[in-house]
Write a protein that binds this ligand. Structure first.
Ligand code: SF4
Length: 93
């Protein structure tokens, strides 16, 4: 009889511990998630502000890895917008 291997899920706390070091912990979440109908310069300004926070974030790689792995559709994660993450996910031809 073949050996049965059981893979237990990673404990929840470990899965999310990286967020404790996030540079955005004390930043208004509205900086990372656009309101309905936001366009043009207001949107560009908000995105720049969010990316500025992400640039100094010690867990940026982990954040981006999470967003790509979970197909996060909204917000700025790891310093990348929704559209920029879509391009990262596209296979290279
Ligand atoms: S990379 Fe940006 S969105 Fe992700 S945890 Fe850091 S500051 Fe927050």
């Amino acid at each position: 009889m073949p050996a049965l291997t059981v893979r237990l899920p990673v404990p929840i706390a470990e899965e999310w511990d990286w967020q404790l070091s996030a540079a955005c912990r004390d930043t208004d979440p509205a900086v990372f998630f656009h309101p309905d109908n936001e366009r043009g310069e207001p949107r560009a300004r908000r995105v720049r502000a969010a990316k500025q926070v992400c640039r100094r974030c010690p867990v940026r790689d982990r954040c981006l890895e999470y967003a790509l792995g979970s197909s996060e559709r909204h917000g700025i994660w790891g310093g990348y917008t929704e559209d920029e993450r879509k391009k990262l996910r596209r296979p290279v031809r």
